[in-house]
Design a protein around this ligand. Structure first.
Ligand code: F6R
Length: 613
């Protein structure tokens, strides 16, 4: 959702902050702004609309200075307009803030500050924070202490960066709860702050992350870190290997297309360092799991949102089939409200691309509260979901910029497969022969993905035929049932076409009533144990005049006779088929949306990281 970027050093902050904000555009926003300390005075440019518009404002009225903060805002309190856009400035014009999060007690604070004579110039909750800092600064004459006092007063989860013309040698950054991350990057005589790594990896790979209730005073030569209560902390510096080029579109038209094609590499990358080729064993050292602990796991509870939840549904089948451990899967937004049955024999496994989804983090907290062991499968290195877990599996796929998740859907399926094999091995459930077979199957996946991607042109032709539909039903069974959900989600989020994913066996219990010439049905029918049943689905849909698009295994001669269209996949081991069947569905959604001329990378109303409930 909202994005934060800040800079202190010897260069002009304006292009660095603007460049960083551009890298965060994918998170979704409706206004943007920047504040720079120019000749001892804080100058702000901000407005509703995209960063291109902000750049135009800056071209008209340039900004130059060595200290700057910027923000992309996703409106929560107050409409997306100039007054509500960040940064927000104090009444005396000396303190300015950018903020991610929601001040839950802002109405009472607003009343309190108004009673003291404060004048609010926006409808935002954020303005209460800067006015409170101003209030405490008048008493303490110290920016750090004023921020500390303020943070004690505000409720909710927050990430903030503050600067003051009275203390031009520093930025103060703080984090409270799980409102998205604050990463601080160290350069040579300069420092960078951002809510998300793509904004700063171009400048530095030397990064530290703020934990909840930590405050950093960032100066051009380093930082000092302390808790909200004032206890000093030694920062932990991480080397982030991300290549800045992977955060660029390269030769592709959209990030989503690039990320779909990157899957050949990302599916290999997610295996890197995890396979011992001497005896075909899986190694997941970051889970910190002993064989004894593995024996005592009685249940795994997977929790996640959206696409990550669909990966979790596939994970249930993988873990139950391979490791024979019972698995429950629950959307994270429900988890903490349904009193899930958890004990010390339960592992709560969160899956999250961003590692900062508020509901997923809250589900992890609930798991912790109930005594479960916590694991996570996360892409964003250093994110809260990674740091807050007892063990984690990094997706290792590099930044995912397109709002519609693609490579961060298929990689965790492989991670869950590796987890299943690893657990089965530790629990003594696998013969050597079976383990070899499972790992050999795994190694085939990148090539199978490549073969599927090579058929993009055929999928694009089908997309062109169906781009004007208004509804579509996706059907899948068994391990491909979650892929029906995921395929439908991909299409609806970027093309705004109503798409519904349904368990194929449930068709006759209701949805079959919908089928006519106007409602195409997309049937996922690889050659597996559900194949015959899927053929019968195709026949039932055809009998009612429905147009049928299928995903079928190369060499199948029956499906082309029955279906109107076929998207082909190569023959794939059934447990791994969801990784491959999801690729044509990603391409189908992508091409329909681009043929409709839609903004594929930043679809309306969607944010890449959902950091509020
Ligand atoms: C869909 C999509 C969302 C996310 C969901 C969880 O394409 O991107 O459904 O999967 O918001 O996000 P993470 O994985 O960051 O927790």
């Amino acid at each position: 959702m909202c994005g934060i970027v800040a800079y202190i050093g010897g260069q002009n902050a304006t292009p660095i902050v603007l460049g960083g904000l551009k890298k965060l555009e994918y998170r979704g926003y409706d206004s943007a702004g920047i504040a720079v300390l120019q000749n001892g005075k804080i100058e702000i440019r901000r407005d509703a609309g995209k960063i291109d518009h902000l750049e135009t404002l800056i071209t008209q009225e340039p900004l130059e200075g060595n200290l700057g903060i910027g923000h992309t805002r996703w409106a929560t309190h107050g409409a997306p307009n100039m007054q509500n856009a960040h940064p927000h400035i104090s009444s005396n014009g000396e303190i300015v803030i950018v903020h991610n999060g929601i001040v839950e007690n802002y109405l009472s604070l607003r009343e309190e500050l108004s009673a003291e004579g404060a004048v609010f110039r926006s409808e935002t909750d954020t303005e209460t924070i800067v006015l409170l800092i101003e209030h405490y600064y008048a008493v303490t004459q110290d920016l750090l202490r004023a921020v500390q006092e303020t943070l004690k007063r505000i409720k909710g989860a927050h990430g903030i960066v503050v600067m003051s013309s009275r203390e031009p040698d520093k930025l103060v950054a703080a984090r409270l709860g799980n409102a998205g991350g604050i990463a601080i990057g160290r350069g040579n005589g300069e420092m960078f702050i951002a809510s998300d790594l793509p904004a700063i990896v171009e400048h530095t790979h030397d990064i530290t992350f703020l934990d909840s209730e930590q405050i950093a005073v960032v100066q051009k030569d380093g930082l000092t870190l302390q808790t909200l209560a004032g206890t000093p902390i030694e920062p932990i510096w991480n080397h982030i290997p991300w290549d800045p080029v992977s955060a660029e579109k390269g030769r592709y038209r959209h990030f989503m297309q690039k990320e779909i094609h990157e899957q050949v590499r990302s599916l290999s990358d997610t295996m890197v360092g995890r396979i011992d080729f001497d005896d075909y064993r899986i190694m997941l050292p970051d889970l910190h799991l002993t064989a004894d602990e593995a024996q005592h796991i009685r249940k795994i509870f997977i929790t996640a949102c959206g696409t990550a939840y669909h990966a979790g549904l596939v994970g249930k089948i993988l873990i139950e089939q391979i490791a024979h451990i019972p698995v429950e899967v629950m959307v994270a937004s429900e988890f903490r409200y349904l009193d899930p049955i958890i004990d010390e024999g339960t592992v709560v496994l969160a899956i999250s691309q961003s590692g900062e989804t508020a509901d997923t983090l809250a589900a992890m907290e609930e798991g912790r509260r109930k005594g479960a062991k916590l694991w996570s499968i996360v892409n964003a290195i250093g994110s809260q979901a990674m740091r807050g877990a007892d063990g984690s599996i990094s997706m290792q796929v590099g930044p995912e910029i397109g709002v519609a998740s693609t490579k961060a859907f298929t990689a965790p399926i492989l991670d869950l497969y590796m987890l299943a094999v690893y657990l089965a091995d530790l629990r003594g459930e696998l013969t050597d022969e079976k383990r070899h077979e499972l790992v050999q199957d795994l190694l085939k996946v990148p090539t199978l993905a490549q073969k599927t991607l090579a058929r993009e042109g055929e999928v694009k032709k089908i997309a062109a035929k169906y781009k004007d539909i208004r509804n579509i039903l996706y059907l899948g069974r068994g391990i491909n049932m979650p892929i029906a959900y995921e395929g439908a989600l991909k299409l609806k989020e970027i093309s705004y076409i109503h798409a519904e994913g349904y368990p194929a066996g449930e068709m006759k219990h209701g949805p079959i009533a919908l089928i006519d010439q106007e409602l195409p049905v997309l049937v996922i029918a690889p050659k597996d144990k559900w194949y015959e049943k899927m053929i019968s689905q195709i026949e039932q849909a055809k009998a009612r005049g429905g147009k049928v698009i299928t995903i079928a295994t190369e060499g199948d001669t029956l499906i082309p006779e029955l279906a109107n269209e076929v998207m082909w996949i190569p023959e794939t081991p059934w447990l791994l088929s969801p990784v491959i069947t999801s690729i044509p569905l990603q391409l189908f959604a992508y091409h329909i949306a681009t043929l409709l001329g839609l903004d594929v990378d930043q679809p309306r109303n969607l944010a890449k990281s959902v950091t509020v409930e």
